[in-house]
Ligand binder design. Structure first.
Ligand code: PMP
Length: 419
């Protein structure tokens, strides 16, 4: 496959093309096909953007109808029928049944745009500047969001000081016996700890980029209580683990907490169209008109896709159980691989975000490479890219899922044999 135009013209910043060096052409469900007609099973899903699969026909049909009808596509944030329908569906199918009351803010279309808006809002609301983020957290790469992103690989690219965010150990950072929320409470409550009272805490309930680190429900509940006790805004960044990847629509449902602010993006539009959303408890919605604006906040086909995804999947009460079934297939297979190669791996994850963490830091990268050679796309994550991050589609047949897991199994043998 000739990739020379990409390497000669595109900046050195290009990334995934290096791990998956082919020219992709078509895609359907869990399968991508390259220009040579070679199929690849997708266990990456655009880092959680294609939870409903590629070109899902249930979402495509209304999108195509919308486009063919010359319905309005770009409207800044003026009122459109597409946005009205999305708002109503989101209220009726997602918020109301869960007893959630949020105002919706549509920032620019990327995840980082949502994080920027959430952090800004928390600072405006509290009049304070410090935000607590967690070790191994990832919230995007624009400067405000980057300040809350832990990995020095990204931070080193900032070129300016990344201020007003302090990092605190995530759940399990010092092992299972150390309660890092209790540590944070002590710092917040000690007037001589040196920690200024934070405006907000921003947290992923499962850290996707950071290595599939899972926060325990009781840890999240303790964090909620700490924020309540001190008027700290709790922001849950559900950009990667939200929209069903944890098994529920929101990843925090399992813990029973209700964040003050939630960021969503990636799979929200259902089709890979750029879209993001900030959910804000009404009493935290202190924005003044046009105080945070942007050109691309009304991507109509994204609204159409998002409404169709919610209506087709989340209106069906059995959807979470089918995600759980697929998640169990993945988790049990990864556990079997770890058992077979005793001492080489640990496993962790929730729902359909599962990780196989290699003790040899280069192993996950080699498995990803061997998997690609065998027709599977699967990425790595973690501080040293030491975790194979397995994130298949939420929908689809078991057969393809099992075939992808077989490939991981074979690729693991090959990667270990080659070491
Ligand atoms: N937050 C989380 C949890 C993410 O996983 C990501 C993307 N990987 C972002 C924020 C940033 O999203 P985007 O790349 O669309 O800016």
């Amino acid at each position: 496959m000739d990739l020379s135009v990409f390497s000669s013209m595109e900046s050195e910043v290009r990334s995934y093309i290096r791990s998956f060096p082919t020219v992709f052409d078509t895609a359907r469900g869990s399968i991508l096909t390259d220009e040579d007609g070679r199929d690849y099973i997708d266990f990456f899903c655009g880092a959680g953007t294609l939870n409903y699969g590629h070109n899902n026909p249930l979402i495509k049909a209304p999108v195509v109808e919308y486009l063919m009808g010359d319905k309005i596509q770009h409207a800044l944030d003026m009122a459109t029928g597409a946005k009205r329908h999305f708002l109503e569906v989101f209220r009726d199918v997602i918020l109301a049944p869960r007893g959630l009351e949020y105002k919706l803010q549509f920032p620019g279309p990327t995840g980082a745009n949502a994080v920027e808006a959430a952090m800004k809002l928390a600072r405006i609301k509290t009049g304070r500047s410090t935000i607590v983020a967690f070790t191994h957290g990832y919230h995007g790469l624009s400067l405000g969001a980057l300040a809350a992103t832990a990995n020095s690989w990204f931070r080193d690219g900032a070129g300016v000081g990344l201020n007003d965010v302090v990092f605190h150990p995530f759940d399990g950072y010092y092992g299972p016996d150390i309660d890092t929320v209790a540590m944070l409470r002590k710092l917040v409550e000690d007037p001589s700890s040196g920690l200024d009272l934070p405006a907000a805490v921003i947290v992923e309930t499962v850290q996707g980029e950071g290595g599939v680190n899972v926060a325990r429900p009781e840890w999240l509940r303790a964090l909620r209580a700490l924020c309540d006790d001190h008027g700290i805004v709790l922001i849950v960044d559900d950009i990667q683990i939200g929209i069903g990847r944890s098994g529920d629509f929101f990843s925090f449902e399992q813990s029973g907490i209700v964040p003050d602010v939630v960021t969503l993006s990636k799979s929200l539009s259902g089709y890979g169209f750029p879209m993001s959303l900030v959910l804000i408890k009404p009493e935290f919605d202190v924005w003044k008109p046009a105080m945070h604006t942007g050109t691309f906040r009304g991507n109509s086909i994204a609204f159409v896709g998002a409404a169709a995804a919610i209506e087709n999947y989340w209106a069906d009460a059995s959807f979470p159980a089918s995600i759980a079934h697929r998640g169990d297939l993945v988790a049990s297979r990864l556990a079997a691989i770890a058992d077979r190669h005793a001492g080489a791996f640990t496993t962790r994850g929730r729902g359909l975000l599962q990780g196989l963490a290699g003790n040899d830091l280069g192993l996950a990268g080699r498995i990803s490479k061997e998997s690609f050679a065998r027709g599977l796309i699967v990425e790595t994550s973690g501080a040293h890219d030491e975790v194979l991050k397995v994130m298949p589609t939420l929908v689809g047949d078991d057969e393809t899922l099992l075939k992808g897991l077989d490939i991981i199994d074979e690729a693991t043998d090959a990667a270990i044999a080659a070491a």
